[in-house]
Write a protein that binds this ligand. Sequence first.
Ligand code: DC
Length: 229
Amino acid sequence: MKRIIIAIDGYSSSGKSTMARDLARRIGYVYVDSGAMYRAVTLYALENGMASQAQGVDSEALTAALPSITISFTPAGADGRQHTLLNGRDVENEIRDMKVSSMVSPVAVIPAVRHHLTRLQQGYGKEKGIVMDGRDIGTTVFPDAEMKVFVNASAEERARRRVKELTEKGEEVSYDEVLENIRERDHIDTTRKESPLRKADDAVVLDNDKMTIPEQMEWLMNLYNSRCL
Ligand code: DC
């Protein structure tokens, strides 16, 4: 069967990572979570005094530090998940907490950060047979991807899902705080100058507010099968 590139873009907490990972596992493709890469760079900036809630991000210092930031992924473990490594350290849990979530959008607007990560992401796609999810995969990273999906879900539904996910991990968060963070990230992600979040002209929209996970998988598999003919 023909091996293709699959780009899945959409708003934060729209469930796109779960669906991209499940799809990759099902069809035997490599999965890359591009958001995890932006999160890892953000964690690096926070840990090295280049970003804080009060001061914002020191984009010059972070740009200069980019060559010393290595991001990689472990193979999927028993839980079916790949873990993100920052300079060889497993940071999978830390990059998902609120401290990182609330600083990641200002880091992701820095052009040098975007160029650096885009190049790394394009490298992963050289062999095709890849599913990558993010914000600009179908528009900037892989504009020639054979299959592009744009995932839509309301901010309220996404906030509910995110609260559930964080609560299950033992993090105490309020629905209002999470909803505000999601709205703020939507705003920054869609209005930034460099590679803003938008649907590629040739992407197919998946509205998943009221779809179950098996329904989404069936929808994706139908599209995938049609693109591999
Ligand atoms: O998918 P996520 O919520 O884990 O992504 C975290 C942040 O990274 C998100 O707020 C915007 C940014 N991002 C981006 O700008 N471009 C991507 N391709 C992926 C993520």
